[in-house]
Design a protein around this ligand. Structure first.
Ligand code: PBG
Length: 312
């Protein structure tokens, strides 16, 4: 009876698996603050994509971990940079099985760890960063990325990337705008995952956690610039922002259950303080209940597997 009257159902096709791919590595490497998540080699990435597709997962979001970083984030626009190499391999592996998406941001590739490039005074230069994003977008589309995830939070990034894609004859490549992305402590483990060298914080470009109206405003700005999908991030601490976004957005709204949300569930479960399986399914169900049409979660494949036997 409870299943019959359920108001929220989670389906594998609305789950997206974020994956880290490390340049030059031949074995998957564990990430200590995210037990069970790895930095993939190209081979282990291919296997994990085949598994996710087999389980009915809707997509994967790729992040590159380059061997070398520099001030401009050169690896991001290099066709032989790890993210572009991984994208070609992922698309070949996935076929029509799932949607291959790529993180479009410079932080994995810059030696200072910021999402954009810096000006002479060391501040993040919004408009110079847009130029890098335009080139990065074309490089990712040329590698076959099927959805570009713009996570850098520079003003005007969606319009700039849309224009660059259209000029390069990639008018059919869609954009996922990380519209309401908050300056959050819950990204902590991700910084280990991509070996970030960031000093300081991202408060000059990410949102203030207390600002709810501003989240909805950022969603509408991205929609007006041409975003095909918008994101709210993190998920669990921002369910009100997510519900607002779902109420006003004319395009799909996704949410990202981020690394710190994953780490908290894993740490509490490892101590025997919570029931891991129930916490995983409750957390994702709640994100869908609040209004997410799809969820990026490190649990995507695991949850898809358990949904086969026990539908939520
Ligand atoms: C930026 C980016 C970040 C995450 C996804 N894209 C890090 C940041 O903004 O600091 C965090 C994801 C997570 O914590 O799981 N490229």
């Amino acid at each position: 009876m409870r299943r019959l009257v359920a108001e929220t159902r989670v389906h594998a096709s609305q789950l997206i698996l974020p994956m880290f791919v490390r340049e030059g590595s031949t074995e998957p490497m564990p990430i200590s603050s995210m037990p069970g998540v790895v930095q993939h080699s190209l081979d282990s990435m291919r296997r994990a994509i085949a598994e996710a597709a087999e389980l009915g997962v809707g997509g994967v979001m790729l992040f590159g971990v380059p061997e070398r970083k520099d001030a401009q984030g050169s690896g991001a626009t290099d066709p032989n940079g790890i993210l572009n190499v991984a994208t070609r391999a992922a698309v070949a592996e996935a076929g029509d099985g799932l949607v291959v998406q790529t993180d479009l941001c410079l932080d994995e590739f810059t030696d200072h760890g910021h999402c954009g490039v810096l000006d002479a005074r060391g501040r993040v230069d919004n408009d110079a960063s847009l130029e890098r994003y335009r080139d990065m977008a074309v490089a990712q589309a040329e590698s076959g990325s099927q959805l570009l995830g713009l996570s850098g939070m520079m003003d005007g990034q969606v319009a700039a990337v849309r224009e660059a894609l259209d000029s390069a004859e990639f008018s059919e490549t869609p954009i996922l705008g990380y519209a309401a992305k908050y300056a959050s402590a819950f990204y902590g483990p991700f910084r280990e995952a991509v070996q970030s060298t960031l000093q300081g914080d991202r408060r000059s470009y990410q949102l203030e956690p207390g600002n709810r109206r501003e989240g909805a405003r950022e969603v509408l700005l991205d929609v007006n610039e041409g975003a095909d999908i918008v994101m709210v991030k993190p998920a669990m601490s921002y369910l009100d922002v997510l519900a607002d976004a779902a109420a006003v957005s004319p395009v799909p709204v996704w949410a990202y259950q981020v690394s710190g949300e994953y780490a908290m569930i894993e740490a509490a479960a490892a101590n025997g303080w919570i029931d891991r399986e129930r916490a995983v399914s409750e957390s994702v169900t709640s994100i869908v209940r609040a209004g997410a049409d799809a969820v990026l979660t490190y649990y995507a494949s695991e949850l898809a597997r358990s949904l086969k036997t026990q539908p939520l």
